[in-house]
Write a protein that binds this ligand. Sequence first.
Ligand SMILES: O=C(O)[C@@H](O)C(=O)CO
Ligand SMILES: [Mg+2]
Length: 256
Amino acid sequence: MGSMKFSANLGFLWNDRPLPEAIRAAKDAGFDAVECHWPYAVPASEVKVALKEAGLRMLGLNTSRGNVSVGENGLSALPGREPEARAAIDQAIEYATEISAKAIHVMAGNSSGPRARSAFIENLIYASEKAGPDITILIEPLNHYNAPGYFLSTVEQAADIIRTVAKPNLKMMFDFYHVQIMGGDVTRRFEANLPLIGHVQIASVPDRGSPDHGELDYSFALRRVRELGWSSPIGAEYLPANGAVPDLAWLATFKN
Ligand SMILES: O=C(O)[C@@H](O)C(=O)CO
Ligand SMILES: [Mg+2]
């Protein structure tokens, strides 16, 4: 696929190591960038040093999910929880600013209906304005097996929200793994939503493993992504088959 770039998602890859060590492992493995889920337990100053030493950019991090022990998966589409949602957004912006991260995924949470939609829209306006033009705010449709009850589940719903909020730095995280499960037709839907897409992620379907097997042919899908002009690193967000150390044979094949 020539000159495709890839970002290691350290929420899943090398997630048994402290984040600075995972950043170094990603560099040694040949990744072009990194991204993570929830880095907040590690001081941003340590992550900043590790990124500088590795010469890698942190492409994205997520807002806090809230109370994970009771199943919370984000706060921004929960009516009545605006103060906590905005505190999570502030925390993410502060962390992202310190490490010069490119994007923040604002997690919606488990909810539905018009009040949830209004809360999400208002919180996304807050996030987009507060983040400023150097940080992209992302929203990500998640599939209903991994995230049952999550507010945002389809690309079309995300596109509607992005158009309603109408802020230039609000975009969609297009995770092919979720999009394939929630209706497929992935390359057409990628093309149709291209102007609204801010980051791309991949994993095999249905097992969420390395992107070289399963029902979705990434050698085709990523060629199409590239033909459509996408040049930023693609997020490798998969669960390694042998624990946290990833199977990486696919990386050399897809990069060349
Ligand atoms: O696809 C996912 O699950 C992630 O991109 C994420 O940020 C939510 O956990
Ligand atoms: Mg994802």
